[in-house]
Design a protein around this ligand. Structure first.
Ligand code: ATP
Ligand code: MG
Length: 395
């Protein structure tokens, strides 16, 4: 008998034609995630198996909980064969280490030629357990311990412990997307949700030195680092937005500042995305949250690009977004009080229903194509790798 981790794929098994691609990506992602762990990966139809030394199980398990595309993680035992006596002996041995008062046995049989049916196997093994332990009873509805038995073609598995995986698709199976990453709460959550659907992230951040601080940038790097745990590493494009923003501030009526600024951000993001083969933009816009996120504003802003813009939190309440931000551990970093470029140039009365014709008219006052070209050509790229996040550095 040997202890091992069994990975179940879940939703991706419904993608019949692409299953090869999905499995290869999942294997790559698991291998990268566990690169410092002495493990061995093997496959059987529909499953991935990981073996390692006992002392590494916990850290391997915790890392697997951050890999998208995994539906369930099972810590189990593989037996040499599937004979009922072998299972009984293994069960007796394993039960000496576990305390419980109620239990049930659940059997799955993928080997349909096995001489006993699933229910019969459960019954026999239930009897074995009752004989082995004192003061225990069967409870099929709400047992303290569920003993899972799986009968495969040449062997069998016993397990008691299952962990929920993150679900979704392996990151990268759907190609790449460019996340507009501000230091706020919404955009990291949006990035997480896009990764869940198999999108590998690059990120773009607009800074306006000296109006924004270096700490604001470090905060964005910290957020990217947290996200990179699911993505292996993130290429962060940092755009110097100062000149564009100052031009807008000087030459455009202030109620249109944000609308025009966001149109510029979209234009630049589209160019960076195309260059890096990113197929979509992703951002943290949420319907109605601020003036620039009314439906009319979204039209006026979205109008400048052709690339699809995905807004994973568009229909979430702020509280729902915060809840997710806490779960993925970005919230505490997001609420650090360093202003990014949007908050500095916020007018008192931003337009709620901007008109596209006015946007076009105002934009003629600045040489924006030239400025955009310059910003794209000179931008900085930072490779963010998954290490401890540098949160402390910026406190
Ligand atoms: P968040 O929405 O992430 O909490 P925020 O409220 O500061 O941050 P908004 O002004 O609501 O951001 O902007 C909406 C979205 O536009 C952000 O979620 C983000 O995707 C993008 N965005 C805003 N500012 C920047 C920036 N400086 N760099 C990159 N993307 C940005
Ligand atoms: Mg927001």
């Amino acid at each position: 008998m040997r202890k091992l981790i069994i990975i179940k794929y879940g939703e991706m098994t419904t993608k019949k034609d692409n299953i090869g691609l999905f499995l290869r990506k999942l294997k790559d992602n698991v291998t990268i995630m566990l690169e410092n762990e002495p493990i061995k990966i093997t496959y059987d139809n529909g499953r991935m198996f990981i073996t390692c030394q006992y002392e590494h199980f916990e850290s391997v398990l915790n890392k697997l909980k951050k890999v998208f595309g995994i539906h369930e993680i099972i810590v189990g035992y593989e037996l040499e064969n599937s004979e009922i006596e072998t299972i009984q002996e293994a069960l007796k041995d394993l039960l000496t280490k576990i305390e419980f008062k109620t239990f049930k046995v659940e059997t799955k049989r993928s080997n349909k030629n096995y001489p006993l049916k699933s229910l019969e196997i459960s019954k026999i093994l239930g009897g074995t357990v009752l004989k082995e332990k004192e003061n225990i009873k069967v409870d099929v509805h709400n047992p303290e311990l569920t003993i899972h038995i799986e009968i495969r073609l040449n062997n069998a598995y016993i397990y008691f412990e299952t962990h929920k995986g993150l679900g979704g698709y392996p990151v990268g199976t759907l190609g790449k997307g460019l996340l507009m990453l501000s230091g706020g709460i919404d955009s990291p959550v949006s990035g997480y949700l896009a990764m869940k659907r198999g999108v590998k992230l690059e990120a773009i951040y607009f800074e306006s030195l000296p109006h924004t601080s270096n700490e604001a940038k470090q905060k964005v790097e910290s957020l990217a680092r947290i996200l990179s745990e699911y993505n292996n590493e993130i290429k962060l494009h940092v755009i110097n937005f100062t000149e564009i923003q100052e031009n807008i501030y000087k030459k455009i009526p202030h109620e249109y500042l944000i609308t025009i600024m966001r149109r510029m951000m979209y234009r630049i993001s589209e160019q960076i995305a195309r260059k890096g083969n990113c197929k979509i933009l992703i951002n943290g816009e949420s319907i109605g949250q601020v003036a620039s996120q009314t439906l009319t504003s979204m039209n006026a802003i979205n109008e400048v690009v052709k690339i699809p813009v995905i807004r994973p939190v568009a229909c979430f309440d702020k509280l729902e977004i915060i809840d997710l931000a806490n779960k993925i551990n970005t919230y505490e970093t997001s609420i650090l009080p360093f202003e990014d470029c949007c908050t500095i140039f916020v007018p008192d009365h931003p337009v709620i229903n901007p008109e596209i014709s006015k946007c076009l008219e105002y934009e003629e006052r600045i040489p924006y194509q030239e400025l955009i070209k310059k910003a794209v050509q000179n931008h900085e790229i930072i490779k963010i790798t998954k290490q401890e996040n540098k949160f402390e550095d910026i406190l």
